[in-house]
Design a binder for this molecule. Structure first.
Ligand code: SAH
Length: 227
């Protein structure tokens, strides 16, 4: 899928990614497909694109969230891996992502074989990522500038929904747009630390719920989205 990965990338960065994958395994990530995606995707390029500065090697492949401009962050690799694993994506499934950011999570979802729809409310990030993802070979994601709280009724229903910013509550529109049998993973809470909540839609109006530990996200912002 990637077309312009240079030789330099192969030699310098692949080893770093392998080490990152080893760390993620130690932290409990088990899905071979998720680990293979992280081993493959050139995370450093996502910083270069969104900050205009070449990433420091150790930073791009350390298991940390990092700033990407417009006051936003690229999620920690462990968090990306954890949320993706919890979605149990089957190739061909329709997945809605809320909070495209620099598109790293989007790339991971594409590597899972998902049909990805992703919404971002920050215009600068949206414009950047819309150019950047295709430039490294990820062309098939449908990227939309808009408000994640509203989801995408025009493309619903979705098999899976992933929210990559901290929400004060689960937006009802997202629950409506989820298929029966599908699941959503969303960090919930307004404090510095949020609870990762996993819901499965067991019927049109009932949900199974699990809480999967504490994580840190930037907030899912309300009332400021584009049209
Ligand atoms: N998925 C990204 C995470 C980006 S951080 C990654 O792989 O790193 C969360 C993103 O959510 C930010 O880019 C932020 O601008 C966006 N966001 C915040 N509120 C939003 C909203 N209401 N709708 C859509 N996106 C939102």
């Amino acid at each position: 899928m990637l077309h312009n990965v240079s030789k330099e990338d192969e030699y310098l960065f692949h080893g770093k990614r392998k080490r990152l994958v080893e760390q993620l395994k130690l932290k409990g990530i088990k899905s071979d497909k998720v680990l293979a995606a992280i081993e493959k995707i050139p995370r450093h390029l996502f910083f270069d694109a969104s900050t205009g500065r070449p990433a420091l090697l150790d930073h791009a492949y350390s298991d940390k969230a990092l700033p990407i401009g417009a006051g936003q962050t690229i999620s920690q690799p462990y968090t990306v891996a954890f949320q993706t694993e919890q979605l149990s994506i089957i190739p061909g499934e329709k997945v809605l992502e809320i909070g495209t950011g620099c598109g790293y999570q989007t790339a991971v979802l594409l590597e899972m074989g998902a049909k990805v729809y992703s919404i971002e409310r920050q215009r600068e990030l949206f414009d950047l990522t819309k150019l950047f993802l295709p430039s490294i070979g990820y062309r098939s994601a449908k990227l939309i500038y808009g408000d994640g709280y509203k989801g995408l009724p025009q493309f619903a229903p979705f098999d899976k929904i992933i929210v990559t910013a901290a929400a004060p509550y689960i937006p009802n529109d997202l629950l409506v747009q989820l298929k029966v049998g599908g699941n959503i993973i969303i960090p919930l809470g307004e404090g510095e630390v949020q609870e990762m909540v996993w819901l499965k839609k067991s019927s049109a109006s009932t949900f199974d719920r699990k809480v999967l530990g504490n994580f840190k996200f930037v907030p899912l912002l309300q009332h400021k989205a584009g049209k």
